[in-house]
Design a protein around this ligand. Structure first.
Ligand code: KIV
Ligand code: ZN
Length: 532
């Protein structure tokens, strides 16, 4: 059966090619606390290119100088996919988007304008005729720069069908090459999406001149189902994100829609060009960089996605995998070996294992990971794939370290205020502090860090999980902190939970400093304005 799965999965005769438009760096990055710096965005964009996505929506260039720079650098450096920049239907947005994407081999400008009655009346205060005129002007201006132009009627699924058809006909006549149907608020159901796409195909006279795309949000947990229903009805492009990141409950998860098409090719008769073995490494990279932990039971890329617990299932799997497995873990990038390296393993073994796990490290990154690996091997006898992946992601998700952890000491007991001593490094300087405060050792260390760095934060979320197994397992701590009304995430690793917590807190602080230091300065200026 394993072979049968493989045969079905690779047989793409008579099948429709579905374009994968990834918006992790635009809609995904809009999730609170998911901001990435330039270096991180470039890492993610390169990973998306390696994954084989067709289009990367690299950002919203008018939103801030940081967004602009990121889109421009991705357009300059990342080869393979179409590189797309988002713009409202405003001349200044479109000009800025072009300035950023023009360096790509294949640039795309994506213009959007809301069309639903709610948005027309309350947000835009525009008539239907004005909407059509503005949309056409936007498409024409974008086309004056590049031949690949996508148009999105924002909140399409709550727009009157008749009017939506008129808008689409007008923008296609103006030259839009892709028309995207966003379910902006995640309101649609699969059957409605199917009917909507089918209706558009029947009613918009020039629809065959453009690719129909869908962009589904997950507010009701239906984003993937809605995207698949749209494909069934004839959509040729799906907009999605790694791990389903995105505004509010997120967007359609790339890994889920891709594997549904592949595993149920018999049903959908459609395929993508995604290198599915790179799904897990890409998911880990994005999770490591954004700090958005992937839930254990998440479809396709969750740690438990292929774990069989029930005795009956285990028995079945041992006799014949297809009894309880519809996909092979290796097809999505899970590796079969678990125990990997130890104290005496060398750099070549580590490089080999990193490659097998799907990471492409530069010589500098390999050196840095090897240093960390040796330190870890002193504390921990056996190093598992998950330990190694965590070390690599920590290195890749690099935030310029203004502050680094050096050492700490805490003494505490039930009912007593903890006494903490902490030493941090800032550049060449070592700074120490001693205080008695907090509700426990971790709170005390956080308070000491706030005092030393001079930043006052509100800790909104704190999670610890063990990276691998055993008493000496590394703890991974993820924190979410609020600073000046914005959320930032931080991640820290150590075999000592208090130290991992301190590292996570400092990682969040370094992120705040990097973002307020011009790497992403002023980003999301446009978020405070109406979106159209
Ligand atoms: O959800 C939405 O409507 C969007 C558009 C900009 C496509 O993200
Ligand atoms: Zn969206």
């Amino acid at each position: 059966m394993a072979d049968t799965i493989a045969q079905v999965q690779t047989s793409v005769g008579e099948s429709r090619r579905i374009l994968i438009f990834d918006t992790t760096l635009r809609d995904g990055e809009q999730s609170p606390g998911c901001s990435m710096n330039l270096r991180e965005k470039l890492e993610v964009a390169q990973a998306l290119a390696d994954l084989g996505v067709d289009i990367i929506e690299a950002g919203f260039p008018i939103a801030s100088p940081g967004d602009f720079e990121a889109v421009r650098e991705i357009a300059r450096q990342v080869r393979g996919p179409v590189i797309c920049g988002l713009a409202r239907c405003r001349p200044e947005d479109i000009d800025r988007a072009w300035e950023a994407v023009r360096y790509a081999d294949r640039p795309r400008i994506h213009v959007f304008l809301a069309t639903s009655p709610i948005h027309r009346e309350y947000k835009l205060r525009m008539t239907k005729q004005q909407i059509i005129e503005r949309a056409v002007e936007g498409v024409r201006r974008a086309l004056s720069y590049c031949p690949d132009v996508e148009f999105s009627p924002e909140d399409a699924t709550r727009t009157e069908l008749e009017f939506l058809c008129q808008v689409l006909e007008a923008v296609i006549a103006a030259g839009a090459t892709t028309v995207n149907i966003p379910d902006t608020v995640g309101y649609a159901t699969p059957r409605q999406m199917f009917e909507l796409i089918a209706n558009l195909r029947n009613r918009v006279p020039n629809i065959d001149k453009a690719v129909i795309s869908v962009h589904c949000h997950n507010d009701l947990g239906l984003a993937v189902a809605n995207s698949l229903a749209s494909i069934e009805a004839g959509a040729g492009q799906v907009e999605c994100t790694i791990n389903g990141l995105g505004e509010r409950a997120g967007n359609c998860a790339l890994e889920e829609v891709v594997m549904a098409l592949r595993t149920r090719h018999d049903y959908y008769r459609a395929h993508t060009e995604i290198h599915t073995q790179r799904l897990v490494p890409t998911s880990r990279l994005v999770s490591g960089i954004t700090g958005m932990v992937v839930q254990r039971n998440k479809a396709i890329v969750g740690q438990n996605a292929f774990a069989h617990e029930a005795g009956i299932h285990q028995d079945g799997i041992l006799k014949e995998r297809s009894t309880y497995e519809i996909m092979r873990p290796e097809d999505v990038g899970f590796t079969t070996t678990q125990l990997v390296l130890g104290k005496h393993s060398g750099r070549a073994a580590l490089a080999d294992r990193a490659r097998a796990l799907g990471y492409r490290l530069t010589p500098e990154q390999l050196n840095a990971v090897f240093e960390e690996f040796k330190l870890l091997a002193d504390k921990k006898k056996e190093i598992y794939d998950s330990d190694l992946a965590a070390l690599i992601e920590q290195e890749i998700a690099h935030v310029p370290d203004r502050w680094t952890f050096d050492s700490y000491r805490v003494s505490t007991a039930s009912g007593q205020t903890p006494q903490v001593w902490l030493r941090l490094r800032r550049g060449e300087q070592m700074l120490e502090i001693e205080l008695a405060d907090g509700d426990g050792p971790i709170d005390a260390v956080f308070l000491a860090i706030e005092k030393l760095t001079g930043l006052s934060l509100v800790c909104k979320d704190f999670r610890v999980h063990s990276v691998s197994v055993g008493k000496d397992a590394q703890a991974e701590v993820n924190v979410e902190v609020e600073y000046q009304n914005r959320l930032y995430r931080g991640r820290g690793l150590s075999t000592d939970t208090v130290e991992a917590s301190a590292r996570a807190f400092l990682n969040a602080i370094n992120r705040i400093l990097a973002l307020s230091n011009g790497l992403n300065a002023g980003r999301k200026a446009a978020e405070t304005q109406p979106t159209n």
